[in-house]
Design a protein around this ligand. Structure first.
Ligand code: ADP
Ligand code: MG
Length: 688
């Protein structure tokens, strides 16, 4: 006949007999040292239990509360034998049993939490989005009757249990008072964890679960951290007294902060070999670019900028401890309906850890972080999108609409890679090692090329200058482009086949994760190429009398290095080559060219940096537009014949060259500033 062990016996056997690889009694040794250990934490490794006694592991998974209660008692018993003197100072309530590792059957997704796991030991991974301040609750409360002095002790079975004031057994109508002496308090913190962005099915709202953490596990993780939490799934009542509805709550047994990037995407040896093989094929880099939002026509350069931003350069720590960011921040500015939002969504979709949000932020915490007053009293610190996307990519659409608090905090996030908050008694610095890909709409609805960039977007210049690249996306009226665009849009909708010659989003996500992890170093040739370009840029910038609104500073040189490094990674090169330098320079030229570089004279035009056309040219365009407006008013708002317009300009202004005037009229037509309702007649559509 086999003897049925009791739970006490099983745990006792496990503690006494389990031996580690060195054949040492691991748990006996641990308990022996307990009086000297802070917080009296006894870690129990799930693996050990499972290996030693699978039946016991099952009890631990199914009845964790029971297991832990008994385990504490056994620890005290063992201590009495092993350390008889010190045992007196370690009482059962002060022992904390922490379960390390996880029960394979009960390692679940937040989305899968259900009543079937109630009171079981479950492990979940998620993003910590909010933590409360620490507060205190009695674990063992001593009450006393104010009339007769009778005392009564109530032990809280668990942290969620609410102790209410008992009535005296002698005087039934008298409520007893809490006696601070004798009552044992414990520190508690509540927090919320949410599904990780990469776990989230497309188009779904992230699910979350509140967790309750008890000392000594409090303050082990911060908002924005990816955490692994093991605990007991429990319920918390919601709604009024007679309504039996509950929310799930996890009573935490152990919580660990995870190294973020490493765990997000697993790449096998075979996949790595495949990446290497493909990277050696001609046209690979262009195929990567094409694979960014294939349904969107054109914008090769913008897509290239997105690819480089998704990969990023090297984050570095200098010898003096300064951190230098390798993240490439990208801003798309442009007319409505030019697919900015679509590109951003796609970027977040294929990023290994990507979050798409609007400037307003999707939660109360906005883009960065907020201190929030809880309904039940107390304050919580909640992480916003840029913190949640730590070590990943945050795509911020309509960034011009962000809240003022975020505007300040974003400056810090983009350069220092942290978010600091100090409010309502909470002072914290959260990590935000996040790449920002943002989009902004112009103030006037459409981009006005005759105004400065600064005046076109509602963002402070200090923030604009933190973007490595700013890209203008204009909706130019060109029928030849429109034909191709609409054909492409039709094909994107009708065809069942995958886009021609592009990589799948899954491939892109893995590849980007892989490329990000590569370490690259600069070659002398590539460096000199970037250096020469930068020196020329500075020289031409300094020739300008007026101050530039995006000054050419060493920031641009850093941006060039980051871009070149990202290009090397995209090509899976270990060294940054001259070709990478060229790619970086081309991107920088496109940025400055659209916004700054006077392509006609080859110099940087100070007003161009802020405008898009030189002051000289801007004034000419302005002249043509204002003369057209003048004539249009004179003619009772009717279209103006071309000859009349040209004659008026020649008569009244310094613009005398009719060929040039015609060229300006054509350009204004493309820009959508004027229209030609009938051949040779013009009307002004909007002011410039
Ligand atoms: P924005 O955010 O710039 O205002 P959206 O991303 O909302 O613009 O795009 C508006 C719509 O126009 C989307 O459905 C988008 O797919 C379509 N669209 C705009 N430009 C293109 C393009 N070049 N190729 C394909 N579709 C486009
Ligand atoms: Mg949009």
């Amino acid at each position: 006949m086999t003897h049925e062990y009791t739970l006490e016996e099983r745990i006792m056997r496990f503690f006494k007999e389990f031996r580690d690889e060195e054949n040492k009694p691991k748990y006996i040794n641990f308990i022996r040292a307990l009086p000297e250990i802070d917080d009296h934490v006894v870690p129990i490794y799930f693996e050990d239990v499972f290996y030693f006694d699978s039946e016991l592991a099952k009890i631990l998974s199914d009845e964790p509360d029971n297991f832990i209660d008994v385990a504490k008692k056994i620890v005290v018993e063992i201590l009495k034998i092993e350390r008889p003197v010190e045992a007196a100072s370690v009482d059962e309530d002060s022992i904390y049993i922490s379960i390390v590792g996880e029960s394979p059957g009960y390692s679940i997704k937040i989305r899968d939490i259900s009543s079937k796991y109630l009171n079981k030991l479950v492990t979940i991974y998620g993003l910590l989005i909010k933590v409360s301040q620490v507060y205190s609750i009695p674990v063992k409360a001593v009450f006393q009757c104010p009339k007769c002095g009778l005392t009564q002790t109530i032990v809280r079975p668990n942290v969620l249990y609410k102790i209410s004031r008992p009535r005296c057994s002698e005087h039934r109508n008298v409520r007893m008072d809490l006696l601070k002496e004798g009552t044992v308090f414990s520190d508690v913190q509540t927090a919320r964890i949410q599904e990780k962005p990469d776990e989230l099915p497309p188009g779904q709202i992230p699910r979350f679960i509140d967790i309750v953490i008890v000392y000594p596990m409090i303050d082990k993780a911060y908002p924005g951290d990816v955490v692994k939490v093991t605990g007991v799934l429990d319920l918390r009542k919601r709604g009024p007294r007679d309504i039996y509805e509950y929310d799930f709550v996890l009573r935490v047994i152990s919580i660990e902060s995870r190294e973020k990037e490493a765990m997000e995407v697993v790449i096998t040896r075979k996949e790595e070999e495949e990446f290497r093989r493909l990277a050696g094929e001609p046209g690979f880099y262009d195929k990567l670019i094409r694979s960014i939002a294939p349904s969107i026509y054109g914008y090769r350069d913008v897509k290239e900028a997105i690819l480089l931003s998704l990969i990023g350069g090297e984050d570095r720590e200098l010898r003096d401890g300064t951190r230098i960011r390798g993240k490439i921040h990208l801003l798309l500015v442009g007319d409505p309906g030019v697919a900015k939002s679509q590109l951003l969504k796609y970027a977040a979709y294929i990023a290994p850890k990507g979050i798409y949000t609007s400037g307003r932020g999707s939660t109360a915490a906005g883009l960065t972080a907020a201190v929030i007053k809880e309904a039940g009293g107390g304050m919580s610190l909640e992480a916003g999108a840029v913190v949640l996307a730590d070590m990943g990519i945050c795509a911020i659409d309509e960034i011009d609409k962000m809240r003022n608090e975020d505007r300040v905090a974003l400056h810090e996030a983009m350069e220092q890679m942290t978010v600091s908050i100090s409010k309502g008694g909470i002072v914290a610095t959260l990590n935000a090692r996040t790449t920002i890909i943002a989009a902004a709409n112009p103030v006037d609805g459409v981009y006005n090329p005759y105004k400065t960039l600064k005046d076109n977007i509602n963002l402070p210049i200090t923030l604009l200058s933190r973007f490595d690249l700013i890209r203008l996306m204009r909706d130019e009226l060109r029928s030849d482009l429109d034909i191709k665009l609409t054909e492409h849009m039709l094909k994107a909708r009708e065809s069942e086949e995958p886009y021609e010659d592009t990589f799948s989003p899954e491939f892109m996500r893995k590849f980007i994760a892989y490329a990000r992890r590569l370490r690259v170093s600069m070659t002398r040739e590539a460096f000199e190429k970037l250096q020469q370009y930068f020196i020329n840029l500075r020289a031409s910038a300094s020739q300008q009398e007026e101050t530039l609104s995006i000054p050419i500073t060493p920031r641009q040189f850093e941006a060039l290095i980051r871009l070149a490094e990202a290009s090397a990674k995209a090509h899976l090169r270990r060294f940054v080559s001259v070709e990478d330098a060229d790619i970086a320079i081309n991107q920088m030229n496109l940025f400055l060219g659209q916004l700054a570089l006077n392509l006609e004279t080859g110099t940087i035009d100070s007003t161009l940096i802020t405008a898009g056309v030189s002051a000289r040219r801007a004034s000419k365009y302005g002249v043509v537009a204002s003369k057209l407006k003048e004539l249009q008013i004179e003619r009772g708002n009717k279209a103006v014949p071309e000859e009349e317009l040209i004659a008026r300009i020649v008569r009244d202004t310094t613009l005398k060259d009719t060929v040039e005037i015609r060229r300006i009229i054509d350009k204004l037509k493309i820009e959508g500033v004027i229209m030609e309702p009938q051949p040779g007649f013009y009307k002004l559509v909007r002011d410039i």
